[in-house]
Ligand binder design. Structure first.
Ligand code: SAJ
Length: 404
């Protein structure tokens, strides 16, 4: 790349890389920065380090046409995007040190009128905090930069489509910043761009994922009640959803992934007294995974009492949701680990059709596992499992609605 980049993207992960590729596709020069030299090397070779449909093609094109270059060091640009992770120091405290480090790294490069945007999921007030940091270190720029927050809302597995077509919420620290950020995103996003302030935009991201977590917790709570009340929860939810204003989500073996299982804590950490439902939803969804593991244990013991021998058990699915290969924060993986910790000479078949091998689990083909095992535990509703014909003597624990 010979031209001065238009965009300096800090963070080339699950969101940063697809966003960089999309901007580059629109013929703007993107200089992507990542702390991991292997990631940089992979991208510059036109390859990708994450699994996401269409991403490999987009990155290859962007690199080949010279619109995307990866590096470990930032360079001067007009638009700076911070798309780094915001993990937890411990369960209750969000860690914005990556956002801060990224901001410090680009600080010396900033100039009047530049646009600085944070996309990373962040606690409320982070954008203002970073503005404070920037203007403390570069007081001569005070008031002349455009600073905004704009969260991503793409669904893993459909990122390349949703990046373009989803609506976005854009919140500047003042109106000028909001307008400048809207102008920037308008160049490559077809969804509507909704203007607000930075704090509201930060909260909006957290609220979207918390809302879904609370709704899933409601479904999971129903599944616990129904189990005791001897009611089929899937039938119940289906019937309740026939009401024109009721739309209950599906229970499962817990909530996973790097977003919904994490983001609500950003609110709970800062507003513990006020966020009662949000905090409780996290507890219920976590408890559901523990409960599933206990159910497997009980089924094992019941089988042994009834048949006078140890059962063999198939654990069907490890991913954090159906039809993906992503095991991050996966409740199914947690349950499999817990069940194996309680193993007592039973045979186990661990199944995950979306990955070939795993460093910890020895994987078995799903058809073979379903045929051999006495107890079939459905953890993830992968499409492959739906067509399985099980013989009637199997004990089935269906935690994700496969046989429904
Ligand atoms: N789940 C259920 N029951 C349901 C729906 C989902 O148990 O009815 C479980 C899934 O199995 C999974 C977890 O919830 O374990 C999360 O899956 P998901 O498909 O609901 O969401 P994610 O984590 O893949 O993506 C979410 C999305 N947020 C919302 O839908 C509000 C996405 O739009 C965000 O961009 C993403 O988080 C993110 O990056 O924040």
């Amino acid at each position: 790349m010979n031209k001065k980049p238009s965009v300096l993207m800090v963070g080339l992960g699950y969101i940063g890389l697809p966003t960089a590729a999309l901007i580059a596709k629109n013929k703007a020069y993107v200089h992507g920065v990542d702390v991991n030299p292997k990631v940089v090397e992979t991208i510059n070779a036109g390859k990708v380090h994450i699994v996401e449909p269409e991403l490999d093609k987009a990155v290859l094109e962007a690199v080949n046409e010279g619109y995307l270059k990866a590096d470990t060091k930032p360079v001067e640009a007009d638009n700076y995007l911070i798309v780094v992770p915001t993990p937890f120091k411990d369960k209750n405290e969000p860690d914005i040190s990556f956002v801060e480090a990224a901001t410090r790294a680009i600080l010396p490069l900033l100039k009047k009128d530049d646009l600085y945007i944070i996309e990373s999921t962040s606690p409320i007030g982070t954008t203002e905090k970073m503005m404070g940091l920037i203007y403390t270190e570069r007081p001569e720029l005070k008031g002349s930069l455009n600073i905004a927050y704009c969260p991503e809302r793409v669904l893993p597995g459909n990122v390349m489509y949703e990046l373009v077509h989803n609506d976005r919420v854009i919140g500047g620290i003042d109106e000028k910043s909001t307008e400048k950020a809207v102008f920037f995103y308008r160049q490559f996003i077809k969804g509507e761009l909704h203007k607000t302030n930075a704090r509201t935009a930060e909260m909006c991201k957290l609220v979207e994922n918390s809302s879904r977590d609370v709704q899933i917790a409601f479904a999971n709570e129903l599944s616990l009640i129904c189990d005791k009340a001897d009611i089929n929860v899937w039938e119940l939810i289906n019937l309740a959803n026939k009401h024109p204003r009721v739309n209950i989500l599906q229970p499962g073996c817990g909530v996973g992934g790097h977003c919904i299982a994490v983001d609500p804590y950003f609110i709970v950490a800062d507003y513990p007294m006020e966020s009662q439902i949000i905090g409780k939803a996290r507890e219920i969804n976590n408890y559901k995974s523990f409960w599933c593991a206990e159910k497997v244990q009980t089924a094992k013991l019941e089988f042994e009492l009834k048949h006078g021998r140890k059962p063999s058990i198939a654990l069907m699915g490890l991913a954090f949701k159906p039809d993906i290969d992503d095991l991050r924060e996966s409740p199914a993986k947690y349950i499999a680990q817990k069940v194996l910790q309680n193993a007592n000479n039973e045979d186990y078949y661990i199944v995950e059709p979306n990955i070939e091998t795993h460093t910890v689990f020895k994987l078995t083909n799903y058809k073979a596992a379903a045929e051999k095992a006495d107890i079939i535990v459905y953890l993830v509703a992968h499409k492959e499992f739906k067509s399985l014909q099980l013989s009637i003597n199997k004990v089935v624990l269906d935690f994700c609605g496969i046989i429904e």
